[in-house]
Design a binder for this molecule. Structure first.
Ligand code: TEU
Ligand code: CA
Length: 554
């Protein structure tokens, strides 16, 4: 299975919410196997599965208790082996999600540390508090509250950048690094074709000091030894097989560091996820506010990364959605009147960029944010913590709920909508348990079964986008040039490669817009669009309809 990652597309699955085959209300690995033909139909090359290893599930598997075994709620080792084999038969590779910044406090290493075993205590960051007994630093956990937890019997604190049950691993310790390499090799031997490394740029801590004007991230983001650690991991594990594809999740990173992380010849990773473009509806780093998305900022950030990563011969993962993000059609599109048009428009922008596109389960059918109206319907630890934190700051429950509704990670975690049946086909109608998180009631309108039958569906449009990357070298290998970047309505760019050119233009809003600065289209052919006809005036302006997207090729 020889693949070129630049021509490839990755499909991300959050197994817990994908398909439940044993009627316990939780998605499972057999559910993924059952849907392989559907995924194949879309035309993707890799399937990234979020963690299904043994875990107490406080953060839905990102709190790993045992990297070598499968959580029984998801299935068995045989199920995983079968999934790898069956995907392979269909020409698709599995990408596993490796969480190495932290482990669950249920992990054997942490348990031994808590028993006082010095070998294992050094796997973690145990530190004395300040002279007054307070936490060693003022760092804030990504899920809210202090990043340090006090352990009375040691009179010490341990570091957890995420949940209190996710203890950070001490990468300074070479025994930790060796353990990590062994885990990667174990899964490579099982036939896994790629890895996604969770918050991997947080593993090197610069030192433990108070952050006078921030939450501490500057002391552990893109830390001093990060490149050394990645090169070492590469050389001692996945780098030994040139066919393995890797993507690092880079939290609050800088582009300069990403030139290294994802450089063509730096010996680190194949590509990176960065998130700056998904903070354009935040206030700075503050997520728990309601502010309209800043379109200009969105374009400036995306183009900045596109142009500079190209210049430095480094590779981006390009995406709108994942299991931590609200649904893009609700976020930047229109989940109402122009649902279909805007979903296709957003897909067009990402899939014609320079980088490897990622499709998150349900995105290909235009799934929307949740319709939850009560906090009891939410499941995510981050949402529940922040619902409380907002109220502690004096906000009313209803205002806090409104913010959670907009930003919650649960927006991306409701069950995959397969059909119109009671639980959207996620689990059987006579299931023994309710789905672990409620199905969106709009599954009667938004579902895979209907879209497979409809040639004009979002699903089939995504299928075309994915196929186009394989057909046209200009998408996979071409240079990128932003067009009319300051335009308040249009997101447009040009790709060029070996005498071929492609123009991509999208009207980002739900009103007509005449794009007067459209480039000369003489000799171009329209190869894709979300409206049948595209009107070009005698003067060469494109009269764009609401959320119209169009791709021209020469
Ligand atoms: O996420 C990293 C991360 O920092 C964010 O996506 C985070 O959830 C958000 O910014 C908070 O506002 C990764 C995983 O994708 C996520 O699901 C895990 O919860 C997290 O790491 C911890 O392992
Ligand atoms: Ca199940």
């Amino acid at each position: 299975m020889n693949k070129d990652f630049r021509k490839s597309t990755v499909y991300q699955i959050y197994p817990k919410s994908f398909c439940d085959t044993n009627k316990d209300g939780l998605g499972d690995l057999r559910g993924v196997s059952e849907k392989l033909d559907y995924i194949k139909e879309l035309g993707v090359d890799y399937i990234w599965l979020t963690p299904f290893f043994v875990s107490p599930q406080n953060d839905n598997g990102y709190d790993v208790e045992d990297y070598y075994n499968i959580d029984p709620r998801y299935g068995t080792m045989e199920d995983v082996e079968e999934l790898i084999a069956e995907a392979g038969k269909r020409g698709m590779g599995l990408m596993f999600d490796m969480v190495f910044n932290h482990v669950s406090t249920n992990h054997e290493w942490f348990k031994k540390a808590m028993e006082g075993d010095p070998y294992y205590k050094d796997f973690f960051y145990f530190r004395k508090g300040k002279p007054d007994g307070s936490a060693p630093t003022n760092w804030v956990s990504k899920f809210g509250g202090s990043a340090w937890e006090y352990v009375e019997k040691f009179d010490e604190y341990y570091l957890h950048l995420f949940d209190v049950t996710q203890a950070d691993l001490n990468w300074e310790n070479e025994n930790v690094r060796r353990e990590v390499q062994n885990i990667v090799k174990f899964w490579m031997e099982k036939g896994v074709k790629g890895f996604r490394f969770d918050v991997i740029n947080l593993i090197s801590k610069a030192g433990f000091e108070d952050d006078p004007d921030g939450d501490g991230r500057k002391f552990y983001t893109d830390g001093p030894k990060i490149h050394q650690y990645l090169k070492e991991l590469n050389a001692n594990s996945f780098g030994q097989d040139p066919q393995i594809v890797t993507v690092g999740e880079m939290s609050s990173t800088t582009m300069e560091n990403c030139f290294q992380y994802a450089g063509a010849d730096t010996g680190e990773l194949t590509m990176v996820f960065s998130f700056h473009h998904l903070k354009v509806d935040f206030m700075g780093n503050e997520k728990w506010v309601l502010v309209p998305a800043d379109f200009q900022k969105l374009k400036d950030i995306m183009f900045d990364w596109q142009v500079n990563m190209e210049e430095h011969n480094a590779w981006n993962a390009v995406f709108w959605c994942n299991h931590d993000q609200p649904r893009v059609v609700s976020r930047f599109g229109d989940e109402g009147k122009y649902w279909k048009e805007s979903a296709k428009m957003l897909g067009t922008i990402v899939h014609c960029l320079r980088g490897t596109p990622y499709v998150y389960q349900g995105e290909e059918i235009g799934m929307t944010n949740t319709d939850f109206t009560d906090i009891s319907q939410f499941r995510d630890v981050e949402s529940l913590n922040n619902y409380q934190i907002l109220q502690d700051k004096g906000m009313s429950p209803s205002d806090a709920l409104r913010i959670i509704q907009v930003h919650s990670r649960d927006n991306g975690r409701t069950p995959m909508q397969w059909d119109t049946s009671r639980y959207a086909g996620f689990t059987a109608e006579d299931s023994n348990a309710e789905p672990w998180i409620a199905v969106n009631s709009n599954h009667t309108k938004v579902n895979a079964a209907d879209q497979l039958k409809d040639e004009d569906s979002i699903f089939h449009y995504y299928q075309k986008l994915i196929a186009m990357r394989k057909d046209l070298d200009v998408i996979a290998y071409g240079d990128i040039e932003p067009l009319d970047q300051k335009n308040p309505s249009v997101f447009a760019y040009r790709r060029t490669y070996e005498g071929h050119e492609m123009i991509v233009a999208a009207n980002f809003y739900g009103r007509d817009y005449e794009w007067k600065k459209a480039p000369e289209l003489e000799g171009f052919e329209k190869i894709l669009g979300n409206y049948k006809e595209t009107e070009v005036t005698a003067e060469g302006a494109i009269k764009m309809k609401p959320y119209e997207a169009v791709v021209y090729y020469k």
